[in-house]
Design a protein around this ligand. Structure first.
Ligand code: GLY
Length: 421
């Protein structure tokens, strides 16, 4: 089978690494891919948002299955475009992708189908939002309704901060159309976990739970990022809590979309806050998490092609998967200044070596020039290791990272700390 993966980050590198192990996959392409990914998949120079060019490539090259990494093409309707041309593609339709593409849509689904989440208000104009903010309880979370590349969320401790957030989104239009509507949400206190489920709309396959580390600094300090590291399993999530999350959140969410006649096929990645009152949905994503998927794939025992292909065909009930009982830890190695301003082009030493059987180094933002590696992004690498427990897995990941060097290299030293308390 010929498979095309859309994307270029460490998540897509991990997807290609796993798909390469499938007995069904004979040829693998990645658009646009990267120098790192090209070890497993031939790079196709088409950007993720060039949907018509991707359709043409898939038709001309008789691609059997396309797998979409990032959210933008999903929200823009890539799945509908591919299906219209009779092409098999893994992911939700444009309508179903509104779960991630519009936070107001997601909250409305949750409200109508009794899916546990925090309270919220939706505003289309700045003035009434500011009026509400004068008398509400703090902290509050202010979110742009649409996709804002992970930047549209502000946690505000008081009115002054909230006023800045509303003005940025609605007056200065920092997030463009994504900030035309704004949600003001209750701040949920607790520990956040990443819940992934694959579904064909009938059968639900929950993936192993992971936890991300959103802040750039150790002990969850500093700015929010796309994620600085993940681990799985989580000792703090027992079977009873997992059952509750499955019943009240995962199953209800899939059924809600069916009942609303917007069936969801693909990956539901749900950010869940473990509050004192029980698990609450923070947000939906309609794709695999990054760096969650690097950790999840390290533990997946099974053929990823079979899982994704069965989902597309509505035959997920025929697939069996198993999880490696070992712990997987992924540490993101970034360039100093990330998530704000960072330079590119630092020479990376030590990348081309054997890190051992239990370590995978996935490339997020690298470039090869005349046989040498250079940084090419804020998040540069994802180093994933398997071990007997969190301490063992992260010791292996950190040992590998110590063999890699580039100027201004940063990474968190405490990945998995909540699971080790
Ligand atoms: N790691 C968070 C995300 O992929 O959205």
């Amino acid at each position: 089978m010929k498979v095309l993966v859309i994307g270029s980050g460490a998540r897509e590198h991990a997807l290609c690494w796993k798909l390469r192990q499938s007995k069904h996959v004979t040829e693998l392409f990645a658009a646009p891919g990267s120098d790192g990914i090209s070890r497993f998949a031939k790079a196709v120079p088409i950007a993720v948002n060039e949907i018509e060019k991707l359709v043409t490539f898939a038709r001309e090259n008789k691609i059997d299955l396309t797998v979409v990494g990032p959210e933008d093409p999903l929200v823009a309707g890539i799945v509908d475009r591919f299906r219209k041309k009779g092409l098999r593609i893994y992911g939700p339709s444009e309508s179903a992708s509104r779960l991630e593409g519009s936070k107001a849509f997601a909250k409305d689904v949750m409200r109508r189908h009794a899916i546990p989440t925090g309270g919220f208000k939706l505003y289309e104009k700045a003035q009434p939002a500011l009026e509400y903010l004068k008398n509400c309880d703090y902290p509050v979370v202010i979110k742009a309704d649409g996709l804002a590349a992970g930047k549209g969320v502000a946690i505000c401790e008081d009115y002054e901060q909230a006023e800045v957030a509303i003005n940025e989104a609605m007056t200065k239009k920092r997030f463009g159309d994504a900030g035309k509507r704004v949600l003001i949400e209750d701040f949920l206190q607790g520990e956040e976990i990443s819940v992934h489920a694959i579904t064909d709309g009938r059968t639900i396959l929950p993936l192993c739970i992971a936890q991300d580390h959103k802040r750039v600094g150790d002990a969850d300090t500093g700015e929010n990022t796309g994620g600085m590291g993940t681990y799985s399993p989580l000792p703090q999530v027992d079977d009873a809590l997992m059952d509750q999350i499955q019943d009240e959140i995962i199953v209800r969410s899939v059924h809600a979309m069916n009942r609303d006649e917007v069936p969801f096929k693909g990956t539901m990645f749900i950010g869940v806050m473990l509050t004192k009152q029980g698990p609450r949905v923070l947000e939906y994503n309609v794709r695999f998490g990054d760096p969650e998927m690097q950790t999840i794939l390290a533990r997946l025992r099974g053929d990823l092609y079979e899982i994704l292909s069965a989902t597309v065909d509505g035959k997920l009930d025929e697939v069996e998967v198993d999880w490696d009982p070992h712990t997987a830890v992924t540490v993101v190695v970034a360039s100093g200044g990330y998530p704000r301003d960072y330079a590119k082009g630092y020479k990376i030493e030590g990348l081309d070596q054997d890190f051992g059987r239990d370590v995978m180094v996935f490339h997020a933002g690298t470039k090869k020039d005349k046989g040498e590696w250079f940084t090419n992004g804020g998040r540069v690498l994802s180093v994933t290791a398997l071990g007997t427990d969190i301490a063992d897995a992260r010791a292996k990941a950190y040992a590998a990272i110590e063999k890699i060097k580039f100027d201004k290299m940063i990474y968190r030293k405490d990945i998995g700390w909540r699971g080790m308390k």
